[in-house]
Design a protein around this ligand. Structure first.
Ligand SMILES: [Zn+2]
Length: 66
């Protein structure tokens, strides 16, 4: 994962953690390998957002009328 993917379009060497070229914004060839990690990060943030939403709803919605 320490490789520096070179852009196919402008030949700009990008840091290994980049998925898009810093110079021209095109996807880098290493994107396929990093796509899973990116999706996992997005899923993690989705879970965090869902948890926050549930907590807010827990306090915001009225308690059970029993
Ligand atoms: Zn580029």
């Amino acid at each position: 994962m320490s490789a520096q993917p070179t852009c196919l379009y402008c030949q700009h060497a990008n840091p290994g953690n980049e998925t898009e070229c810093r110079q021209c914004g095109m996807p880098l060839p290493a994107e396929a390998a990093l796509a899973g990690e990116r999706r996992l990060r997005r899923f993690t943030w989705f879970c965090v957002g869902l948890t926050i939403f549930c907590i807010v709803m827990f306090f915001w919605l009225p308690r059970s009328i029993a």
